[in-house]
Design a protein around this ligand. Sequence first.
Ligand SMILES: [Ca+2]
Length: 145
Amino acid sequence: MFNRFSAGSVRPTGGAGGTSPRRRRARRRLTSIALAVASAVSLTAAVAPQAQAGWSNCSSGRMCLFDSTSGGGAYASFASGSPDLRAYYPYFNNRTESYWNRTGYRFCLYREPGYGGAYLLVYPGRYASSISSFMNNEISSLRRC
Ligand SMILES: [Ca+2]
């Protein structure tokens, strides 16, 4: 079941668009928890991961999500993100257990489709071998942020 995604990079989809005032307010409400999560992650993510089969699937310039911890299992990679993993990468909806941001941009990984709910803020070059239980297997959309 992993072969479909492990064969190569998945084409990114555009995720540009405006942000509604309602969404901004919702995001503000969740900022504190998101920042707390991001802080916890960044403590363990300052150095590039060791070269291993799983991590090495992630090419420079891509934001990579992995189905298992430590860069394991199936993966999907993105240049700019996806507004709805349910629609565009159905296997990966609510599947992410580790990630690596090999882009020069900050990325936000959201709990809900449409860039909704709590999010993880991932700085350029950062990775996580595992993510907090609140966000583990919950990521449903992502974009540069
Ligand atoms: Ca979700």
